[in-house]
Design a protein around this ligand. Structure first.
Ligand SMILES: [Fe+2]
Length: 248
């Protein structure tokens, strides 16, 4: 068996090589023009992507399902759970080459979330007919800005990520985009600026997305931490995943 540290080091070198070849200047200009939103295809090398997809398949029986009538239905696995089950997600989330690339695109100094945040990196599973998420912002509970990264892992579905660009801009006309998230496609956006939803899964379809969250300021006051944890417990990961870890 290959030692874990060596796999991580190989992946990081492969990722750094891959990201170096992206047309970063063009993508950064797009990100700025599109009010902090950009789509990047083939964002990670195939060997890294394959391993993430394998893990997503393996972890599927462990997902937590939730249903909030009128807003969302689907499954998820939190960072807390991923830390116990698969090192690859945290390794990608915290890898310097990815962080550097995101900083170049956003022109911001970015930080990973504190270890106490179950949403820092997570898997979203759409596995039952009608699984969806209604329109929302990825609101930051922290003092600074929150940037969301979505990476498609499995997409055998008719689901679309629908985005309303410039919704809060009084000058620009709102533009609606409808995207699929095939394996390796990355979407980066400012969570407080992009109004978005995921349309309903059809019968017999499947979709899995990796989400990563980065911050410009990691301070969160205890009340907002509690509110954020309650939201994550109810809408995403369940009380056991969020509050059980502290108990254990
Ligand atoms: Fe979202």
């Amino acid at each position: 068996m290959t030692p874990l540290a060596s796999v991580t080091r190989d992946d990081e070198a492969s990722l750094a090589n891959h990201l170096r070849r992206l047309p970063l200047e063009r993508l950064r200009a797009e990100f700025t023009t599109q009010a902090e939103f950009v789509v990047i295809d083939q964002c990670v090398p195939n060997d890294v992507l394959k391993r993430l997809i394998t893990r997503a398949h393996e972890l599927r029986p462990q997902l937590h399902r939730n249903y909030i009538p009128g807003h969302k239905k689907g499954g998820s696995i939190s960072a807390f759970h991923l830390d116990l089950a698969a090192f690859e997600f945290k390794a990608l989330y915290a890898s310097p080459p990815l962080l550097n690339t995101l900083e170049t695109l956003t022109q911001k100094r970015l930080h990973v979330c504190p270890n106490s945040d179950p949403h820092a990196y997570a898997l979203y599973y759409y596995t039952e007919e009608g699984d969806h998420v209604g329109y929302h912002y990825d609101t930051s509970y922290y003092q600074g800005e929150r940037y969301t990264v979505l990476i498609g892992l499995i997409d055998k579905s008719s689901c679309r990520l629908e985005c309303q660009l410039y919704k809060n801009d009084p000058i620009r006309e709102t533009e609606v985009l409808s995207l699929d998230l095939p394996p390796g496609r990355l979407v980066l956006f400012n969570g407080d600026k992009l109004y978005h939803r995921v349309t309903a899964l059809g019968a017999g379809e499947e979709r899995v997305v990796l989400t990563l969250e980065y911050l410009t300021n990691t301070y969160i006051n205890p009340t907002r931490r509690f509110v954020s944890n309650m939201k994550d417990a109810i809408a995403y990961f369940g009380f056991k995943q969020i509050f059980g870890r502290r108990a254990s």
